[in-house]
Design a protein around this ligand. Structure first.
Ligand code: GLY
Length: 373
Protein backbone atom coordinates (compact mmCIF):
# COMPACT_ATOMS: atom_id res chain seq x y z
CA UNK A 1 0.00 0.00 0.00
CA UNK A 2 1.11 3.58 -0.66
CA UNK A 3 0.15 6.55 1.51
CA UNK A 4 0.29 10.07 0.11
CA UNK A 5 -0.10 13.18 2.25
CA UNK A 6 -2.03 16.13 0.90
CA UNK A 7 -0.23 18.79 2.83
CA UNK A 8 -2.73 21.60 3.44
CA UNK A 9 -2.25 23.64 6.60
CA UNK A 10 -4.96 22.73 9.10
CA UNK A 11 -6.70 20.43 6.59
CA UNK A 12 -4.01 17.90 5.74
CA UNK A 13 -5.26 14.43 4.83
CA UNK A 14 -4.04 11.10 3.56
CA UNK A 15 -4.73 9.26 0.33
CA UNK A 16 -4.20 5.52 0.72
CA UNK A 17 -3.70 3.49 -2.44
CA UNK A 18 -3.71 -0.30 -2.48
CA UNK A 19 -5.72 -3.52 -2.50
CA UNK A 20 -8.16 -4.57 0.26
CA UNK A 21 -8.78 -1.05 1.59
CA UNK A 22 -12.58 -1.31 1.48
CA UNK A 23 -12.51 -4.68 3.24
CA UNK A 24 -10.42 -2.99 5.97
CA UNK A 25 -12.20 0.32 5.96
CA UNK A 26 -13.46 0.11 9.54
CA UNK A 27 -9.81 0.23 10.65
CA UNK A 28 -8.52 2.58 7.95
CA UNK A 29 -11.30 5.12 8.50
CA UNK A 30 -11.75 4.52 12.27
CA UNK A 31 -11.35 8.18 13.36
CA UNK A 32 -14.08 9.23 10.93
CA UNK A 33 -16.50 6.53 12.07
CA UNK A 34 -16.11 7.23 15.77
CA UNK A 35 -18.84 9.87 16.04
CA UNK A 36 -21.48 7.29 14.99
CA UNK A 37 -20.61 4.64 17.59
CA UNK A 38 -22.81 1.57 17.28
CA UNK A 39 -26.17 3.39 17.52
CA UNK A 40 -26.21 6.00 14.77
CA UNK A 41 -25.99 4.63 11.21
CA UNK A 42 -23.00 5.58 9.06
CA UNK A 43 -24.28 7.37 5.90
CA UNK A 44 -22.91 5.93 2.68
CA UNK A 45 -23.78 7.50 -0.65
CA UNK A 46 -23.11 5.20 -3.59
CA UNK A 47 -23.76 4.90 -7.29
CA UNK A 48 -25.62 1.81 -8.42
CA UNK A 49 -22.59 0.13 -10.02
CA UNK A 50 -20.30 0.71 -7.06
CA UNK A 51 -22.94 -0.51 -4.62
CA UNK A 52 -23.63 -3.64 -6.68
CA UNK A 53 -19.96 -4.62 -6.77
CA UNK A 54 -18.62 -3.23 -3.48
CA UNK A 55 -21.62 -2.49 -1.24
CA UNK A 56 -21.39 -5.95 0.36
CA UNK A 57 -17.68 -5.50 1.18
CA UNK A 58 -18.31 -2.10 2.79
CA UNK A 59 -21.38 -3.37 4.66
CA UNK A 60 -19.48 -6.40 6.04
CA UNK A 61 -16.47 -4.28 7.01
CA UNK A 62 -18.61 -1.84 8.98
CA UNK A 63 -21.00 -4.32 10.54
CA UNK A 64 -18.21 -6.58 11.75
CA UNK A 65 -16.76 -3.53 13.52
CA UNK A 66 -20.13 -2.95 15.21
CA UNK A 67 -21.44 -0.12 13.01
CA UNK A 68 -24.85 0.27 11.43
CA UNK A 69 -25.17 1.74 7.93
CA UNK A 70 -27.71 3.75 5.96
CA UNK A 71 -27.37 3.88 2.17
CA UNK A 72 -28.36 6.58 -0.30
CA UNK A 73 -28.37 5.42 -3.94
CA UNK A 74 -27.35 7.84 -6.65
CA UNK A 75 -28.35 6.90 -10.22
CA UNK A 76 -25.18 6.41 -12.30
CA UNK A 77 -24.33 9.24 -14.71
CA UNK A 78 -23.68 12.98 -14.89
CA UNK A 79 -27.41 13.77 -14.63
CA UNK A 80 -27.08 13.06 -10.89
CA UNK A 81 -24.89 16.15 -10.42
CA UNK A 82 -28.04 18.28 -10.32
CA UNK A 83 -29.80 20.76 -8.03
CA UNK A 84 -32.64 18.24 -7.59
CA UNK A 85 -30.32 15.43 -6.50
CA UNK A 86 -28.36 17.79 -4.24
CA UNK A 87 -31.58 18.88 -2.54
CA UNK A 88 -32.75 15.32 -2.07
CA UNK A 89 -29.36 14.20 -0.71
CA UNK A 90 -29.01 17.11 1.73
CA UNK A 91 -32.59 16.51 2.96
CA UNK A 92 -31.69 12.85 3.53
CA UNK A 93 -28.53 13.79 5.45
CA UNK A 94 -30.41 16.35 7.56
CA UNK A 95 -33.09 13.76 8.36
CA UNK A 96 -30.30 11.47 9.60
CA UNK A 97 -29.23 14.23 11.98
CA UNK A 98 -25.73 14.65 10.51
CA UNK A 99 -23.66 17.06 12.59
CA UNK A 100 -20.64 19.13 11.59
CA UNK A 101 -18.31 16.64 13.24
CA UNK A 102 -19.73 13.68 11.28
CA UNK A 103 -18.33 12.25 8.05
CA UNK A 104 -20.33 11.14 5.03
CA UNK A 105 -18.86 8.33 2.91
CA UNK A 106 -18.89 8.61 -0.90
CA UNK A 107 -18.55 5.26 -2.73
CA UNK A 108 -18.24 5.45 -6.52
CA UNK A 109 -16.77 7.54 -9.31
CA UNK A 110 -16.44 11.26 -9.89
CA UNK A 111 -20.17 11.94 -10.01
CA UNK A 112 -20.79 10.63 -6.49
CA UNK A 113 -17.60 12.21 -5.14
CA UNK A 114 -18.37 15.65 -6.58
CA UNK A 115 -22.02 15.55 -5.45
CA UNK A 116 -21.28 14.31 -1.91
CA UNK A 117 -18.35 16.70 -1.56
CA UNK A 118 -20.54 19.67 -2.47
CA UNK A 119 -23.40 18.50 -0.21
CA UNK A 120 -20.89 18.24 2.66
CA UNK A 121 -19.43 21.68 1.86
CA UNK A 122 -22.82 23.33 2.43
CA UNK A 123 -24.50 21.04 4.95
CA UNK A 124 -24.63 23.00 8.20
CA UNK A 125 -21.92 25.18 6.57
CA UNK A 126 -19.62 22.21 6.27
CA UNK A 127 -19.35 18.65 7.55
CA UNK A 128 -16.69 16.03 6.86
CA UNK A 129 -16.55 13.42 4.12
CA UNK A 130 -14.46 10.45 3.11
CA UNK A 131 -13.89 9.53 -0.51
CA UNK A 132 -14.01 5.85 -1.50
CA UNK A 133 -13.31 6.18 -5.25
CA UNK A 134 -14.02 3.09 -7.35
CA UNK A 135 -12.96 4.29 -10.81
CA UNK A 136 -9.42 4.94 -12.04
CA UNK A 137 -10.40 8.47 -13.02
CA UNK A 138 -11.75 9.24 -9.55
CA UNK A 139 -8.75 7.63 -7.84
CA UNK A 140 -6.15 9.68 -9.71
CA UNK A 141 -8.07 12.91 -10.15
CA UNK A 142 -11.50 13.84 -8.84
CA UNK A 143 -11.37 12.33 -5.33
CA UNK A 144 -8.19 14.27 -4.48
CA UNK A 145 -7.93 18.03 -4.17
CA UNK A 146 -11.33 19.16 -2.97
CA UNK A 147 -13.02 20.41 -6.14
CA UNK A 148 -16.70 19.63 -5.67
CA UNK A 149 -19.59 20.70 -7.89
CA UNK A 150 -22.88 20.07 -9.61
CA UNK A 151 -23.88 20.89 -13.20
CA UNK A 152 -26.49 23.45 -14.25
CA UNK A 153 -28.36 24.18 -17.47
CA UNK A 154 -25.49 26.54 -18.42
CA UNK A 155 -22.73 23.95 -18.14
CA UNK A 156 -20.75 21.40 -16.16
CA UNK A 157 -19.31 22.07 -12.68
CA UNK A 158 -20.49 25.68 -12.65
CA UNK A 159 -21.81 25.59 -9.08
CA UNK A 160 -19.52 24.17 -6.44
CA UNK A 161 -17.00 24.71 -3.68
CA UNK A 162 -13.49 23.80 -2.65
CA UNK A 163 -14.02 21.34 0.20
CA UNK A 164 -11.30 18.83 1.03
CA UNK A 165 -12.12 15.27 2.12
CA UNK A 166 -10.75 14.00 5.44
CA UNK A 167 -9.45 10.77 3.91
CA UNK A 168 -9.34 9.06 0.51
CA UNK A 169 -9.21 5.27 0.33
CA UNK A 170 -8.37 4.35 -3.26
CA UNK A 171 -8.87 0.59 -3.27
CA UNK A 172 -7.24 -0.68 -6.46
CA UNK A 173 -9.23 -3.96 -6.22
CA UNK A 174 -12.29 -1.99 -7.33
CA UNK A 175 -10.72 -1.41 -10.76
CA UNK A 176 -11.25 -5.09 -11.59
CA UNK A 177 -15.00 -4.49 -11.82
CA UNK A 178 -14.66 -1.43 -14.04
CA UNK A 179 -15.62 -1.80 -17.72
CA UNK A 180 -12.46 -1.80 -19.84
CA UNK A 181 -13.44 1.36 -21.71
CA UNK A 182 -13.74 3.23 -18.40
CA UNK A 183 -10.39 1.90 -17.23
CA UNK A 184 -8.74 3.21 -20.40
CA UNK A 185 -10.57 6.50 -20.01
CA UNK A 186 -9.11 6.84 -16.49
CA UNK A 187 -5.67 5.95 -17.86
CA UNK A 188 -5.79 9.16 -19.90
CA UNK A 189 -5.61 11.12 -16.62
CA UNK A 190 -2.67 8.98 -15.47
CA UNK A 191 -0.81 9.68 -18.72
CA UNK A 192 -1.64 13.36 -18.26
CA UNK A 193 0.61 13.57 -15.17
CA UNK A 194 3.56 12.34 -17.23
CA UNK A 195 2.84 14.65 -20.16
CA UNK A 196 2.36 17.75 -18.01
CA UNK A 197 5.09 17.39 -15.45
CA UNK A 198 7.29 14.32 -15.47
CA UNK A 199 9.05 12.79 -18.47
CA UNK A 200 10.40 9.90 -16.35
CA UNK A 201 6.82 8.93 -15.46
CA UNK A 202 5.83 9.28 -19.14
CA UNK A 203 8.69 6.94 -20.08
CA UNK A 204 7.76 4.54 -17.27
CA UNK A 205 4.18 4.43 -18.54
CA UNK A 206 5.42 3.81 -22.09
CA UNK A 207 7.17 0.69 -20.75
CA UNK A 208 4.49 -0.40 -18.29
CA UNK A 209 1.23 0.60 -19.96
CA UNK A 210 0.16 -3.01 -20.60
CA UNK A 211 0.90 -4.03 -16.99
CA UNK A 212 -1.14 -1.10 -15.65
CA UNK A 213 -4.07 -1.73 -17.98
CA UNK A 214 -4.08 -5.44 -17.17
CA UNK A 215 -4.20 -4.47 -13.48
CA UNK A 216 -0.92 -6.03 -12.38
CA UNK A 217 -0.89 -4.97 -8.74
CA UNK A 218 2.58 -3.45 -8.39
CA UNK A 219 2.39 -1.51 -11.65
CA UNK A 220 -1.16 -0.38 -10.96
CA UNK A 221 -0.41 0.83 -7.43
CA UNK A 222 2.72 2.62 -8.66
CA UNK A 223 0.75 4.36 -11.44
CA UNK A 224 -2.12 5.44 -9.16
CA UNK A 225 0.14 6.46 -6.25
CA UNK A 226 2.47 8.41 -8.52
CA UNK A 227 -0.47 10.24 -10.09
CA UNK A 228 -1.98 11.06 -6.69
CA UNK A 229 1.39 12.28 -5.40
CA UNK A 230 1.75 14.57 -8.44
CA UNK A 231 -1.72 15.96 -7.88
CA UNK A 232 -1.17 16.30 -4.10
CA UNK A 233 1.96 18.41 -4.67
CA UNK A 234 0.11 20.74 -7.02
CA UNK A 235 -2.95 21.04 -4.77
CA UNK A 236 -0.80 21.76 -1.71
CA UNK A 237 0.96 24.57 -3.58
CA UNK A 238 -2.09 26.09 -5.32
CA UNK A 239 -5.27 24.78 -3.72
CA UNK A 240 -7.61 27.35 -5.28
CA UNK A 241 -5.99 27.57 -8.71
CA UNK A 242 -4.84 31.15 -8.23
CA UNK A 243 -1.16 30.73 -9.13
CA UNK A 244 -1.18 29.22 -12.63
CA UNK A 245 -0.07 25.88 -11.16
CA UNK A 246 -3.23 23.87 -10.48
CA UNK A 247 -4.47 25.03 -13.88
CA UNK A 248 -1.82 22.75 -15.44
CA UNK A 249 -4.02 19.83 -14.38
CA UNK A 250 -6.41 21.02 -17.07
CA UNK A 251 -4.03 19.89 -19.81
CA UNK A 252 -6.20 18.46 -22.59
CA UNK A 253 -9.38 19.69 -20.91
CA UNK A 254 -10.03 22.84 -22.96
CA UNK A 255 -9.92 21.01 -26.29
CA UNK A 256 -11.53 18.01 -24.60
CA UNK A 257 -14.40 19.99 -23.14
CA UNK A 258 -15.27 21.38 -26.57
CA UNK A 259 -15.36 17.82 -27.94
CA UNK A 260 -17.55 16.63 -25.07
CA UNK A 261 -19.92 19.53 -25.62
CA UNK A 262 -20.04 18.86 -29.38
CA UNK A 263 -20.87 15.18 -28.74
CA UNK A 264 -23.54 16.13 -26.17
CA UNK A 265 -21.62 14.83 -23.10
CA UNK A 266 -22.67 11.38 -24.26
CA UNK A 267 -21.18 7.89 -24.37
CA UNK A 268 -19.80 8.79 -27.78
CA UNK A 269 -16.82 10.30 -25.97
CA UNK A 270 -16.14 9.55 -22.29
CA UNK A 271 -14.48 12.29 -20.22
CA UNK A 272 -11.06 10.60 -20.19
CA UNK A 273 -11.29 9.90 -23.92
CA UNK A 274 -11.91 13.59 -24.56
CA UNK A 275 -8.93 14.48 -22.31
CA UNK A 276 -6.74 12.00 -24.24
CA UNK A 277 -7.66 13.53 -27.59
CA UNK A 278 -7.44 16.99 -26.00
CA UNK A 279 -3.84 16.22 -24.95
CA UNK A 280 -3.00 15.12 -28.48
CA UNK A 281 -4.46 18.38 -29.82
CA UNK A 282 -2.64 20.47 -27.18
CA UNK A 283 0.64 18.77 -28.16
CA UNK A 284 0.01 19.23 -31.89
CA UNK A 285 -0.99 22.85 -31.39
CA UNK A 286 2.17 23.40 -29.31
CA UNK A 287 4.21 21.92 -32.19
CA UNK A 288 2.39 24.16 -34.69
CA UNK A 289 3.40 27.20 -32.60
CA UNK A 290 7.00 25.96 -32.58
CA UNK A 291 7.00 25.36 -28.80
CA UNK A 292 7.27 21.56 -28.94
CA UNK A 293 9.13 19.34 -31.39
CA UNK A 294 7.00 17.44 -33.89
CA UNK A 295 8.68 14.28 -32.68
CA UNK A 296 7.49 14.84 -29.09
CA UNK A 297 3.96 15.64 -30.28
CA UNK A 298 4.02 12.32 -32.13
CA UNK A 299 5.18 10.51 -28.97
CA UNK A 300 2.11 11.85 -27.15
CA UNK A 301 -0.12 10.69 -30.06
CA UNK A 302 1.50 7.30 -30.00
CA UNK A 303 1.03 6.72 -26.25
CA UNK A 304 -2.61 7.80 -26.44
CA UNK A 305 -3.28 5.50 -29.41
CA UNK A 306 -1.44 2.54 -27.84
CA UNK A 307 -3.66 2.87 -24.76
CA UNK A 308 -6.68 2.38 -27.02
CA UNK A 309 -7.73 6.01 -26.63
CA UNK A 310 -8.81 8.34 -29.46
CA UNK A 311 -5.83 10.14 -31.01
CA UNK A 312 -7.38 11.52 -34.20
CA UNK A 313 -9.94 14.30 -34.43
CA UNK A 314 -10.79 13.40 -38.04
CA UNK A 315 -11.61 9.82 -36.98
CA UNK A 316 -14.36 11.12 -34.68
CA UNK A 317 -16.30 12.14 -37.80
CA UNK A 318 -17.81 15.23 -36.22
CA UNK A 319 -20.34 17.15 -38.24
CA UNK A 320 -18.89 20.59 -37.45
CA UNK A 321 -16.03 22.95 -38.23
CA UNK A 322 -13.27 24.41 -36.04
CA UNK A 323 -15.25 27.54 -35.16
CA UNK A 324 -18.14 25.48 -33.80
CA UNK A 325 -15.67 23.76 -31.45
CA UNK A 326 -14.16 27.11 -30.46
CA UNK A 327 -17.67 28.43 -29.73
CA UNK A 328 -17.99 25.72 -27.05
CA UNK A 329 -14.68 26.93 -25.59
CA UNK A 330 -16.05 30.48 -25.28
CA UNK A 331 -18.41 29.18 -22.55
CA UNK A 332 -15.48 27.78 -20.57
CA UNK A 333 -15.43 29.05 -16.97
CA UNK A 334 -11.73 29.84 -17.43
CA UNK A 335 -12.43 32.53 -20.09
CA UNK A 336 -10.61 35.77 -19.18
CA UNK A 337 -12.47 38.52 -21.08
CA UNK A 338 -12.26 37.51 -24.73
CA UNK A 339 -9.28 35.19 -24.32
CA UNK A 340 -8.89 31.71 -22.94
CA UNK A 341 -5.71 30.45 -21.27
CA UNK A 342 -4.50 27.19 -22.84
CA UNK A 343 -2.23 24.59 -21.28
CA UNK A 344 0.47 23.93 -23.88
CA UNK A 345 3.77 22.05 -23.92
CA UNK A 346 7.39 23.10 -24.26
CA UNK A 347 8.50 19.52 -23.78
CA UNK A 348 6.97 16.29 -22.61
CA UNK A 349 6.92 16.88 -18.86
CA UNK A 350 6.95 20.67 -19.20
CA UNK A 351 3.47 22.16 -19.57
CA UNK A 352 2.79 25.88 -19.26
CA UNK A 353 -0.15 28.25 -19.29
CA UNK A 354 -0.32 30.29 -22.51
CA UNK A 355 -2.38 33.49 -22.36
CA UNK A 356 -1.56 34.63 -25.90
CA UNK A 357 -3.58 32.08 -27.86
CA UNK A 358 -5.94 33.61 -30.44
CA UNK A 359 -9.18 31.65 -30.63
CA UNK A 360 -9.37 32.26 -34.41
CA UNK A 361 -6.02 30.54 -34.79
CA UNK A 362 -7.28 27.59 -32.71
CA UNK A 363 -10.33 27.37 -35.01
CA UNK A 364 -8.03 27.27 -38.10
CA UNK A 365 -5.89 24.58 -36.43
CA UNK A 366 -8.99 22.52 -35.61
CA UNK A 367 -10.17 22.81 -39.23
CA UNK A 368 -6.84 21.28 -40.31
CA UNK A 369 -7.18 18.50 -37.72
CA UNK A 370 -10.79 17.74 -38.68
CA UNK A 371 -9.58 17.13 -42.24
CA UNK A 372 -6.24 15.35 -41.69
CA UNK A 373 -6.30 11.53 -41.70
N1 GLY B 1 -9.30 18.03 -12.08
C1 GLY B 1 -8.49 19.17 -12.03
C2 GLY B 1 -8.27 19.69 -10.64
O1 GLY B 1 -8.62 19.02 -9.68
O2 GLY B 1 -7.75 20.75 -10.47
Amino acid sequence: MAVIDVDLAGRAYKVQVGGGLLANMAQEAAPFLESYGSRRPVPIVADANARRHWGGTVEDALSSAGHRTDWYDVPAGEASKSWARLEDLTDWLLALGITRSDHVFALGGGVVGDLVGFACAILKRGCGFVQLPTTLLAQVDSSVGGKTAINTATGKNLVGAFHQPSLVLADTDTLATLPERELRSGYAEVLKYGVLGNIEFFDWLSENRAAVLSLEQDALIHAVAHSVAAKARIVAADERETQDLRALLNLGHTFGHALEAQTGFSDRLLHGESVALGMVLAARYSARRGDLSLEDAERVDEQVALAGLPASLAALDLDCDGSALVDHMRHDKKMEGSTLPFILLRDIGDAYLARDVALDDVAAFLDEQLRSH
